[in-house]
Design a protein around this ligand. Structure first.
Ligand SMILES: NC(=O)c1ccc[n+]([C@@H]2O[C@H](COP(=O)([O-])OP(=O)(O)OC[C@H]3O[C@@H](n4cnc5c(N)ncnc54)[C@H](O)[C@@H]3O)[C@@H](O)[C@H]2O)c1
Length: 442
């Protein structure tokens, strides 16, 4: 049997001789999103004190499952799709994180998203580890029956590692309440008992939680209000620009408008609308609900999509896709504050530019954690089969988001670091403290 040489300078029996920095299943020359996550961990390591001895735990997922998902297409042929479920860390509790259906999903992306879930869950202190799943499939190419078969076969394949006390999936890009209902049913059929707590983001009539749909946007608004208090910004006079007017961006825009802010620009996949004196947000939401996009809205002027990044505003909310704020547009952004509703909307290079320009970034790992917080409430309600009122849910959500944000703000001030690094410090310390208390098995 041939043996890999020891890393340069590592003595034969030193830990470095046994510990490869990267898993063999990733291409070191093309690490993808996992590479970005590793850079973020390296940035936080100097702040971890004695817990830094466990830091390698964060640099490798605990469990990585790749599954083949074969289904009958409507024409009778068989198609195979590649599926993943990655449990990054379970030191603080079961894995938790969404399932993404997208033709470009990669293992590296799912690994990074699972790790960011570990950070997010620890940052808001809900008792979960981090996990994520995905299938390389374009659901728009499937019939409803094919979508159901893909979902059920995938759920069955990952059924060996998920469960209400093991790992609890939820919706993410291109998955919704109906997909969660099929996942819950498939898992329950295999177990022989209805297990509502195996997924969150379910329909309310099937053990879902009131307030879950609005939770992420409400969390975005809550941290924005808290940051405004620290920076002396008056929300009722603020101008807001929102990219993505779906679940997250639509709800956040509505809440800012209700607080008196002017939503001056909104961009979605159909185009960009602008109105200096503020768009009529309820009318825009109704238009989007009717036609599927902001395109064609008569209450504002159409501007070029690229011009969106330079509109005069105080708050910018990216709530659409990854890697939207880049070196190409970070220098033009006029906002004083950016609230990351989307996951990973800012590249590390853009982050540095924004930092140098004194623009405050409220990072995704805290700003969009409202969704998983209410998912946690859903799971608790499913276990007790006792459901709370929407007011109770919103009140608890706001309390958790405010507390988590205050802790992150304080750590950022004490260490003179960005809010992103501060969130990583708070979260990584919690994860590694749990690791330390539990010790290594065997
Ligand atoms: N829904 C949640 O609870 C939740 C929680 C945490 C993070 N997120 C993240 O928030 C982001 C948005 O999720 P969502 O649930 O609101 O999705 P959604 O599908 O409801 O809305 C997405 C929005 O982005 C817009 N969009 C798509 N492509 C675009 C493009 N090229 N340019 C501009 N806009 C574009 C769409 O038109 C739509 O308005 C994602 O990154 C998601 O991972 C969502």
């Amino acid at each position: 049997m041939s043996q890999a040489p020891h890393p340069a300078g590592a003595a034969a029996n030193s830990p470095a001789a046994f510990t490869n920095a990267l898993p063999s299943y990733l291409d070191p020359n093309n690490l993808g999103p996992w590479g970005i996550y590793l850079q973020q961990v390296d940035r936080v390591a100097p702040y971890l004190g004695s817990l830094a001895r466990w830091v390698d735990t964060l640099k490798r997922p605990k469990r990585t499952l790749i599954v083949d998902v074969p289904i009958h297409l409507d024409d009778g042929t068989v198609a195979h799709f590649e599926g993943y479920r990655v449990q990054h860390n379970t030191s603080r509790g079961p894995g938790k994180g969404g399932v993404r259906f997208h033709q470009n999903v990669t293992l590296s992306e799912v690994m990074a998203l699972s790790a960011w879930m570990s950070i997010k869950n620890a940052a808001v202190n809900v008792p979960y580890g981090g996990a994520k799943g995905g299938i390389r499939v374009d659901p728009r190419q499937l019939s409803i029956g094919e979508l159901e078969r893909v979902t059920r076969r995938y759920t069955s394949e990952i059924g060996i590692i998920i469960g209400p006390t093991k790992d609890i999936p939820a919706p993410d890009v291109n998955t919704n309440e109906q997909v969660m209902a099929w996942m819950m049913d498939t898992y329950s059929m295999n177990e022989g008992a209805t297990a509502t707590g195996v997924v969150t983001g379910k329909p309310v009539d099937l053990g879902g939680s009131l307030g879950r749909r609005e939770a992420t946007g409400r969390g975005v608004f809550t941290v924005g209000v808290e940051a405004a208090k620290h920076t002396g910004m008056d929300i009722s006079k603020a101008r807001v620009a929102v990219q993505g007017f779906g679940n997250v961006g639509g709800v956040a825009g509505k809440l800012f408008a209700e607080a008196g802010a002017k939503v001056v620009a909104v961009q979605d996949h159909g185009g960009t609308v602008y109105r200096e004196s503020g768009l009529d947000v309820p009318a825009l939401l109704a238009h989007v609900a009717r036609v599927g996009s902001v395109a064609g809205f008569s209450g504002g002027e159409v501007i070029d999509n690229d011009a969106f990044w330079g509109v005069p505003c105080d708050i910018l909310i990216p709530a659409a896709l990854e890697q939207q704020i880049t070196e190409a547009n970070a220098g033009r952004i006029q906002a004083k504050m950016i609230i990351e509703g989307a996951n990973g909307p800012t590249t590390p290079q853009a982050d540095d530019i924004l930092h140098d320009r004194g623009i405050l970034v409220l990072p995704d790992v805290i700003a969009n954690a409202g969704g998983v917080t209410v998912s946690y409430f859903e799971w608790v309600q499913d276990f007790s089969s006792f459901f709370w009122s929407e007011d109770e849910i919103n009140e608890r959500l706001v309390r958790i988001m405010k507390g988590a944000f205050a802790a992150v703000w304080q750590v950022a001030e004490e260490n003179k670091v960005s809010l992103r690094t501060a969130t990583f410090i708070v979260a990584c310390k919690r994860i590694l403290h749990a690791r330390d208390l539990r010790g290594l098995y065997p």
